[in-house]
Design a protein around this ligand. Structure first.
Ligand code: ATP
Ligand code: MG
Length: 281
């Protein structure tokens, strides 16, 4: 198993840490402890993946960063979250967008009754640089997502799941973000479409310099496109490292990539296996 402490060397090769989450604890409804000391570092210009199964705490981590917990009766009770070295815990989600951080929520939220193009334009609401820039950005979004251009006049509620995911990412791009927190982009999509969306994320990262922190259950795809990965289990980071190393790690192969001899194991099996391993050692 890899060390769960941040790997300073790997982070350094990918630029300064833009976002730092230091040992945060999150409690819902004053009693339910969900994150139990999560730390991670997101380097500027990188794609960082936060991996783990159902209920591991991925969305909670992203919502802690973007300050969307309060509306769900959740609270960061310990630790700190820094962006460019400044605490961001007291900012509103709108303040954060102005700082360059935007979240694309799980479940691709679009305004169903608006057209695709109207949805995209709502993403530009914090912009102060005028109509011309907004129009250019709309063209930029259409260049990355030609499908959205074709569907620009359709009501978003009637577009496919893949198109809605593209619309949600496109809307985030309209605020010209420096960092996108992308929650479960693969959810409910066919493999080919998942590849396509991750391919666009990679291009946005390389060509526009957008930094990504993405939460994913789909370890396989995420580790092929990300530079660095963290694996979360029951509210704790249990492994972290460069994506290429995680892909080759025997535990990751066995438990998260379903490449064991006996076939894919469930997370419950993983836990009992770990217990067994501890007993035996
Ligand atoms: N508003 C809430 N109130 C109480 N508990 C919550 C709330 N939101 C999430 N939880 C609990 O926190 C834990 C982590 O949930 P979270 O949504 O962060 O997991 P996740 O890793 O994103 O899972 P998934 O892959 O299914 O989206 C779960 O046990 C969940 O039931
Ligand atoms: Mg989630």
């Amino acid at each position: 198993m890899l060390d769960a402490k941040p790997d300073a060397d790997a982070t350094a090769t990918q630029g300064e840490a833009l976002l730092e989450v230091n040992n945060i604890e999150v409690i819902y409804n004053h009693v339910i402890l969900v994150l139990k000391g999560v730390s991670l570092s997101v380097p500027k210009g990188g794609i960082t993946a936060l991996l783990g199964g159902n209920g591991a705490g991925k969305s909670t981590t992203l919502k802690s960063i973007s300050n969307l917990l309060r509306s769900e009766r959740g609270e960061v009770t310990k630790g700190s979250i820094l962006y460019r070295g400044q605490r961001i815990q007291d900012l509103t989600p709108a303040d954060l967008v102005e700082k360059g951080v935007i979240q694309v929520m799980e479940g691709r939220h679009c305004f169903e009754h608006l057209t695709v193009e109207e949805n995209l334009l709502t993403g530009a609401y914090t912009r102060r640089d005028g109509g011309r820039a907004t129009k250019d950005d709309l063209e930029m979004v259409y260049e990355y997502f030609p499908r959205l251009k074709e569907r620009r006049a359709s009501q978003a509620g009637y577009t496919s799941g893949g198109e809605q995911q593209m619309c949600a990412i496109g809307r985030a791009l309209m605020s010209r973000p420096e960092t996108i927190l992308l929650d479960e982009p693969s959810m409910g999509l066919a493999p080919q479409l998942v590849e396509q969306i991750f391919g666009i994320v990679k291009r946005l990262n390389e060509e526009q310099g957008v930094t990504f922190l993405l939460a994913e259950q789909n370890t396989n795809v995420a580790l092929r496109f990300a530079h660095h990965g963290y694996i979360l289990e029951s509210g704790r980071i249990v492994m972290e490292g460069p994506a290429a190393e995680l892909r080759e790690n025997p535990d990751v192969k066995e438990f998260y990539l379903g490449m064991s001899e006996e076939g894919r194991k469930s997370f419950r099996d993983v836990r009992s296996y770990r217990r067994r391993k501890r007993w035996l050692s």
